[in-house]
Design a protein around this ligand. Structure first.
Ligand code: ADP
Length: 190
């Protein structure tokens, strides 16, 4: 089993590229953001908690997403691997993931990191807001909080996975196809 992490700031195009990656390499896509939005739509207790945090641009507690990931790993079969999108987002989550995988006798295969500048983050999220109507895309203030959350809590993962020799930088500026080709070039090595 392969365990890929799709990394990058909000709006980098992770969701778009994930669709092509899962198809080409027969992976199961786990988007913690999408799983949380499903809980919100279903009105579960977890969804109510998640909603209040997500709408402010904050992260939900580590244990919540870690539980979701473990659940997916143990229930999904018939794939060559998993594509984690939006997880891990903090150092403690990355450490928890290492532990979950080591219990399964394995480790992270590679981190594919799509990078775009902050100005482009704002531009792309505003464009997406018009199409998808996500509450956390609604205002410039919330988007700025998410960009700050990314820099403070998520960006340290670049060094974490860099030190482990697993980090692969992808230039996310370009057409969907161009960025896709850059990603496939990295993934073909594993
Ligand atoms: P984006 O890629 O645009 O940042 P996501 O759909 O991945 O959006 O996530 C939306 C929101 O869901 C995040 O801003 C955060 O509040 C919550 N979330 C998603 N994944 C995690 C995670 N691993 N840890 C904590 N919160 C998360």
């Amino acid at each position: 089993m392969k365990y890929y992490i799709l990394f990058g700031p909000p709006g980098a195009g992770k969701g778009t590229q994930a669709a092509a990656m899962v198809e080409k390499y027969n992976l199961h896509h786990i988007s913690t953001g999408a799983l949380l939005r499903k809980e919100i739509a279903a009105g579960t207790e977890l969804g109510v908690l998640a909603k209040s945090l997500i709408e402010k641009g904050c992260l939900v507690p580590d244990e919540v997403v870690e539980g979701m990931i473990e659940n997916e790993f143990s229930t999904v079969t018939g794939v060559e691997g998993f594509l984690l999108d939006g997880f891990p987002r903090t150092i403690p989550q990355a450490e928890a993931l290492d532990e979950i995988l080591s219990k399964r006798g394995t480790e992270v295969t590679a981190v594919v990191s799509i990078m775009i500048p902050d100005e482009m983050v704002m531009e792309r999220i505003k464009g997406r807001a018009l199409k998808e109507g996500r509450a956390d895309d609604a205002s410039e203030e919330i988007i700025n909080t998410r960009i700050a959350t990314y820099h403070n809590q998520t960006e340290p993962l670049i060094a974490y996975y860099g030190n482990a020799g697993k980090y692969h930088h992808i230039n996310g500026v370009g057409s969907i196809e161009e960025v896709g080709e850059r990603i496939f070039e990295v993934m073909d090595r594993f």
